[in-house]
Design a protein around this ligand. Structure first.
Ligand code: MG
Length: 252
């Protein structure tokens, strides 16, 4: 099932997408919610990020090929960091290129959307806490990330976390082709089967430390091929079985 969050006729709503038609839900995806009977055409609404995370827990260096290109050792445990909720961006939204950076990179990633409060969840039970999956771009000011030696500033700019275009509940998250394109040219191409740490293990690792709330996301890491984006570029993250998350880059 595809869940969408959207704006239409001046209001924000949630719905179920089938083909080109959105059936509006009375509530959101996180609680059982009836259809209102209202329908919208996909082309007539503005899609929003499918969830509004209180935090995004992101995994660094979770593909072997990306570890090699960044000259990182393979991690023995997941390396996690947080992107702030204020970095959230919508499908079709503008990524604002900060004036204080000169090397902003795309990082196409599979995002896991948490469906219910998760604390001390074992890997074997992890899927019970996952509502679905969406595309993410872990936009990174690489120069600032390297300068600081830790990642909060380089990855925390407003607009640096596009999510979307919708939440897909039916995906096999360890067998999906993932690509990132800039102006239509393929920059990253891999498969989520190449994750070093798989999703159930990540849920257990993270929830030993912090509670994941409904709508929180786990960004599972990026494959090789990260590189610069510039003002005027269009950047897409495409995951087979989900769809395309497309954003443009504008001056901050
Ligand atoms: Mg990343």
């Amino acid at each position: 099932m595809k869940y969408v969050r959207f704006e239409a006729q001046g209001k924000i709503a949630h719905g179920v997408l089938a083909g080109e038609i959105i059936q509006e839900l009375a509530g959101d995806f996180f609680s059982h919610s009836d259809l209102t009977g209202n329908q919208y055409k996909l082309a007539e609404v503005t899609l929003l990020a499918p969830c509004q995370p209180s935090k995004a827990v992101c995994v660094g260096v979770n593909y072997r090929d990306h570890a090699a290109e960044m000259k990182h050792e393979l991690p023995k445990e997941p390396l996690i960091f947080i992107k702030p909720s204020t970095a959230l961006n919508n499908p079709g939204g503008e990524i604002r290129y900060p004036a204080i950076s000169h090397n902003v990179h795309h990082e196409g990633e599979l995002a896991v959307v948490i469906g219910k409060t998760a604390k001390h969840v074992k890997a074997a039970q992890a899927t019970e806490y996952i509502l679905g999956y969406t595309c993410a771009n872990d936009v990174t000011a690489r120069d600032i990330q390297m300068l600081d030696g830790q990642w909060t500033r380089g990855k925390g700019f407003d607009t640096f976390m596009p999510l979307g275009p919708w939440l897909e509940t039916e995906l096999d998250p360890h067998a999906a082709a993932i690509k990132c394109l800039v102006n239509g040219q393929i920059r990253q191409s891999s498969n989520t089967g190449n994750l070093i740490f798989r999703i159930p293990e990540l849920v257990e690792f993270i929830t030993q430390v912090m509670t994941l709330n409904p709508g929180d996301v786990i960004l599972t890491g990026t494959p090789s091929g990260v590189g610069p984006i510039n003002i005027g570029d269009t950047v897409s993250v495409v995951i087979d079985g989900i769809g395309e998350l497309k954003n443009t880059v504008v001056a901050g």
